[in-house]
Design a protein around this ligand. Structure first.
Ligand SMILES: O=P(O)(O)OC[C@H]1O[C@](O)(CO)[C@@H](O)[C@@H]1O
Ligand SMILES: [Fe+2]
Length: 192
């Protein structure tokens, strides 16, 4: 009797950060996440141009606990107003599912929070392995001037819950002020 699922490899392309085969690709432009940036005037000014913010290359696997989802994310450099390009960010639908990030290129931040309002920021450069512990929502931010690329792996059944994050965002926002990166309180955030 043979196992139901066969082992396989996927190739990481060092120059682009893409996977081969590409798998399931998620493309997020500004128009897909307009309400997530604080400066809505800056959003309106940029939305016609609709900059590409990030792409995720997902190895296609069943969404069950038996599997380990894995993907690369290419988060482009840029800002909307003074807020750095970032991913949407999410809790896992099954809240206590963890995740591992491995930074491959560029530099950025991993910002995290719990439903109780705890907040944590980790800096990521090539070689950094970050552990997103169970119950922490996670978002990445590109604070550099080249693509920020990382590999992620997480339990197959974790799912994505964008709930409150789509409407009010994270506890803190990552912005540039006078040429310096800063975390500021998010005026829209309310503890659920
Ligand atoms: O789902 P979001 O928050 O838009 O961001 C995509 C992120 O989620 C993951 O696909 C998995 O949690 C990451 O690899 C990726 O960066
Ligand atoms: Fe996740």
């Amino acid at each position: 009797m043979s196992a139901k699922f066969q082992p396989f490899t996927t190739e990481y392309e060092f120059d682009t950060g893409k996977l081969n085969p590409e798998g399931r690709v998620i493309v997020r432009k500004l128009s897909h996440m307009k309400e997530m940036y604080l400066d809505q005037k800056a959003v309106e000014e940029r939305v016609e141009e609709d900059p590409l913010i990030y792409e995720v290359y997902n190895v296609e696997l069943p969404e069950t606990m038996a599997h380990i989802q894995h993907c690369t994310t290419i988060l482009y450099p840029g800002k909307i107003g003074n807020e750095y390009f970032m991913t949407k960010g999410h809790y896992h639908e099954i809240l206590d599912r963890a995740e591992i990030y491995f930074c491959l290129k560029g530099k950025g931040q991993l910002i995290m929070q719990t439903k109780e309002g705890d907040f944590k920021k980790l800096e990521m450069v090539p070689g950094t392995i970050a552990y997103v512990a169970p119950e922490w929502a996670h978002r990445t931010v590109n604070t550099g001037d080249e693509p920020f690329i990382f590999f992620a792996a997480y339990p197959g059944d974790a799912g994505h819950d964008y709930g409150g994050i789509e409407t009010e965002g994270f506890v803190k926002l990552s912005v540039e002020e006078n040429g310096e990166q800063k975390l500021i309180d998010n005026p829209r955030y309310q503890k659920v």
